[in-house]
Design a protein around this ligand. Structure first.
Ligand code: TMP
Ligand code: ASP
Length: 325
């Protein structure tokens, strides 16, 4: 949980401190604090900051090589990173592979079973409200994030899951769930922010199903840092396999309301020959563009609007919708 705001020079979160140096750089400093229950339970564990900084470094490096744009510029020392200053979206993006935590409480179900497919949930970043679940449409309507940005953030989050899950499995670990934060820079580009460590994930040993994350602290199960050290050791021992899959951008072009669409009329008559009555049929275009790995964070929205308006779509007679997969 961390907030980055350009107006403030220094902001102290529950376990990290952020110092804005200038418009291009900020410092993210990991402290030894640990909290749970939205700050209700606290402790200070010697070496914890350095352990989480190391884990964040390892995992963000893997994500960078898998085409995820991250806010980290450079690791400065054991507990400090230079990062891009961002306006963090006030939502936390959680991906769950296996049942645990708040979803079990919400629906009265036991932890432990693998989900039929990875589940993405978003929560409001607000300790006082205890980070309530929020629907995508509410988040967009409240202006927490733009619809287009949410599409990109979701695509990135699923990509993060895919690459982490695969590599954790190689290291004999089950990636149960994790939380991500994203932010927008002054040019409107979107970057993965914050950290990834035992604080923001649930990870179990594949054989023994022993918990190696902050649940050990939340539930008083023993020495939480021992779990963090095991995680670090296991992940340092394997050779990481970055994800080499393209990112797909779909563009759906449909004729504007009220514009004659002769192709649609032909299809309408053909469908009606089957005895199916239709109000209208509009024929459009579907274009899929794939991007190779190592995506730079870029201003997709602007770029696609430009390409669309100047090349793919005739804005006088057509409208388009962009989907990111
Ligand atoms: P949850 O089960 O409490 O909703 O948490 C899902 C995952 O997100 C879990 O790995 C812990 C992480 N998380 C945070 O890192 N910070 C938070 O404030 C919350 C609520 C969860
Ligand atoms: N509510 C979160 C947790 O229990 C964050 C915190 O209190 O530090 O992990």
């Amino acid at each position: 949980m961390m907030r980055q705001e350009n107006e403030e020079k220094s902001y102290s979160g529950k376990v990290k401190t952020l110092e804005i140096l200038n418009s291009e750089t900020a410092k993210m400093i990991f402290r030894d604090d640990i909290t749970a229950g939205d700050g209700a339970k606290k402790d200070n564990l010697n070496g914890k900051g350095a352990l989480n900084a190391r884990m964040t470094e390892i995992l963000f490096n893997l994500l960078t090589s898998s085409g995820i744009p991250t806010h980290i510029l450079k690791k400065e020392d054991d507990i400090t990173f230079l990062v891009r200053p961002l306006k963090i979206f006030p939502v936390e993006v959680v991906i769950r592979n296996t049942l645990a935590g708040s979803i079990c409480r919400r629906y009265g179900i036991p932890e432990g079973e693998e989900l039929k497919k990875p589940l993405l949930e978003i929560f409001v970043k607000d300790d006082e409200l205890h980070d309530p679940l929020i629907s995508e449409s509410v988040a967009v309507s409240l202006g927490y994030i733009e619809e287009f940005e949410l599409g990109l953030v979701k695509a990135y989050a699923h990509r993060v899951n895919k690459v982490l899950k695969h590599n954790f499995d190689k290291a004999g670990l089950i990636l149960v769930d994790f939380k991500l934060e994203f932010g927008r820079d002054k040019n409107g580009l979107i970057w993965l922010a914050d950290e990834l460590s035992g604080d923001s994930m649930r990870v179990w040993d594949k054989e023994t199903r022993q918990k190696l994350d902050k649940d050990v602290f939340r539930k008083d199960l023993g020495d939480v840092l021992e779990g963090y050290r095991t995680l670090e050791k296991r992940l340092s021992e394997i050779e990481f396999e970055p994800l080499r899959e393209p990112l797909n951008v779909n563009i759906i072009i449909t004729p504007k309301e009220g514009i004659p669409n002769p192709g649609g009329n032909v299809v309408k008559r053909a469908i009606e020959n089957f005895g199916i009555n239709t109000q209208s049929v509009r024929l459009g275009k579907f274009i899929q563009i794939s991007f190779q790995e190592n995506l730079e964070s870029r201003n997709w929205k602007e770029e696609f609007h430009k390409v669309n308006n100047e090349l793919l779509t005739n804005p006088l007679i057509e409208v388009f919708k962009i989907q990111i997969r």
